[in-house]
Design a protein around this ligand. Structure first.
Ligand code: 13P
Ligand code: SF4
Length: 329
């Protein structure tokens, strides 16, 4: 999602603001948070120093549910743009801040709203289920939103005779077709981080650590999911490790989740699944745009803020509210 010009300009001034090098950032963030009645919601893919200061850390579903239930005046969303946008759609009366407004998402970008509108119009009889990793405009064109932790339930809520469009993640879509036995028309989108894991290198790792289990996020490609011992959302992966008895895991998702895994289960070993090249491709460049410094500035100046047109917000709210309702039942 490309931020609008007004916000972009605000961002430019905001990013150049200096910080006193002697400031204890953690202490200041905690002080400002209290003074301003703010809550910090963070995704597992954020840097560990941000996770450690957050009031709530979760997956996309958990974060939207937490946004819906908080009574804070300000929500500081340590995640990417579509996630902060979801918080604003659900809580229009709260100030929602994103430390770096440029923190986008390759998956959300793979579904431009105008192309998606034409696709939807070409299949008027289909129910449109969109993965939460999409823009507010795409949400507004959808019937129900889902996340990786509730997608099966959402699909099962659609009467079997109704054809379904699933967007924008083709890997998650394919995985869900197998799991539910439901044919769906898939949008051709994907996440740049989850598409880069190397099957060959993972297979070699599995041979080197024969007792290790491979756990994977469903945004990974089919070949990786086919050899995984467990597939689930970030929260589901974390919970699986807690219930499972083995000691070593190869983790095929963004590397930020390893922090919570290592913190919660220090007796276990977690090996990040290797990507194709020798790059740090399993770090999401969008998520990593947020830093502790930007989080501090964002709380101090109460900028950059997520601003949404009310008509668009209301249209995007309807499918999100359906998701929250179905998830609660
Ligand atoms: P979940 O946290 O819902 O598993 O999704 C991961 C993701 O893609 C965040 O961008
Ligand atoms: Fe988007 Fe992938 Fe980054 Fe998640 S990990 S924010 S899906 S680009």
């Amino acid at each position: 999602m490309i931020p609008d010009v007004e916000n972009e300009l605000r961002l430019q001034g905001y990013l150049n603001r200096p910080i006193d090098p002697d400031l204890d950032l953690v202490e200041e963030i905690l002080r400002l948070k209290k003074e301003k009645q703010a809550v910090i919601l963070a995704h597992y893919y954020q840097d560990s120093d941000i996770q450690d200061i957050a009031d709530y850390i979760g997956d996309s579903l958990g974060l939207s549910q937490e946004a819906a239930r908080t009574d804070a005046r300000i929500i500081v969303f340590a995640g990417v743009h579509f996630m902060a946008e979801v918080a604003k759609i659900i809580c229009p009366d709260k100030k929602v801040l994103l430390p770096d407004l440029r923190a986008g998402c390759s998956l959300a970008d793979s579904a431009p709203a105008e192309e998606f509108r034409r696709f939807r119009e070409a299949h008027p009889d289909h129910v449109v289920i969109s993965y939460i990793n999409c823009s507010a405009e795409v949400k507004a064109l959808s019937d129900i939103i889902c996340t990786s932790s509730n997608a099966e339930k959402i699909i099962q809520s659609v009467p079997p005779e109704k054809p379904i469009i699933f967007a924008p993640d083709k890997n998650l879509g394919k995985y869900l077709m197998k799991k539910t036995g439901r044919q769906m028309l898939l949008w051709n989108g994907s996440c740049m981080v989850h598409e880069l894991f190397s099957l060959e290198k993972i297979t070699r790792l599995k041979m080197r650590y024969p007792d290790a289990k491979l756990i994977a996020h469903p945004e990974c490609e089919e070949a990786i999911l086919n050899i995984a011992d467990f597939v689930g959302s970030t929260t589901a992966l974390l919970r699986f490790v807690g219930k499972d008895s083995v000691k070593t895991y190869i983790v095929a998702t963004e590397s930020g989740i390893l922090h919570q895994m290592e913190k919660t289960y220090p007796e276990k070993t977690f090996i990040p699944a290797p990507p194709e090249n020798s790059c740090a491709c399993n770090n999401c460049p969008h998520m990593k745009l947020n830093t502790l410094e930007k989080l501090y500035l964002c709380l101090f100046y109460e900028q950059p803020e997520i601003v949404l047109d009310e008509e668009l917000r209301l249209k995007a709210y309807r499918p999100l509210a359906r998701m929250l309702e179905i998830s609660a039942s």
